[in-house]
Design a protein around this ligand. Structure first.
Ligand code: 4NP
Length: 156
């Protein structure tokens, strides 16, 4: 059985699609499934923001076929790990959890890079391409560490 991971942001069109593509590129696909969702439902079914697609492309990752999904409470059972981008995502997701087992699946994505700091991936939606590039870099660095940890933990 695959380990199932979901990346969560607000709109599921800027940050979490990048996080999904980046982490998936670092994990063996026969063992891990990486997906993403948004705590808001405005963009459900939409492709990622063109700027996220463009930045991912710049670094050799294709996220253009992803489609936005809404984070709903049933997903606590579907996924083994839930990674959020910022404090507001964290609070939104935890507020949907109904028990400690679910709550304990929720982590800040930058925790691998900055342990215990609850560091946030800034929302680049109202910003320019430079901000999207910065988001890519921080996600890439954290996901490199995270992927190593996940592979070590779930190696068989
Ligand atoms: P994301 O960015 O949470 O990184 O996908 C956003 C995208 C859209 C909106 C907010 C944040 N929005 O309000 O539509």
């Amino acid at each position: 059985m695959s380990i199932k991971i979901v990346m969560v942001c607000l709109g599921n069109i800027c940050r979490s699609p990048l996080a999904e593509g980046i982490l998936a590129s670092k994990l063996p696909e026969n063992q891990f499934v990486v997906e993403s969702a948004g705590t808001g439902n405005w963009h459900v079914g939409c492709a990622p923001d063109k700027r996220s697609v463009s930045i991912a492309n710049k670094y050799g990752i294709d996220i253009s076929k992803q489609r936005a999904a809404h984070f709903t409470p049933d997903l606590f059972e579907k996924y083994d790990y839930i990674f959020v981008m910022d404090r507001s995502n964290f609070n939104n997701v935890v507020n949907l959890s109904s028990n400690s087992k679910h709550h304990e699946k929720v982590f800040y994505i930058l925790d691998s890079l900055y342990p215990d700091q609850k560091a946030e991936v800034p929302d680049p939606y109202y910003d320019d391409l430079t901000a999207f590039d910065a988001v890519f870099q921080m996600l890439d660095q954290s996901c490199s560490i995270l992927a190593k940890k996940l592979i070590a933990k779930h190696s068989r």
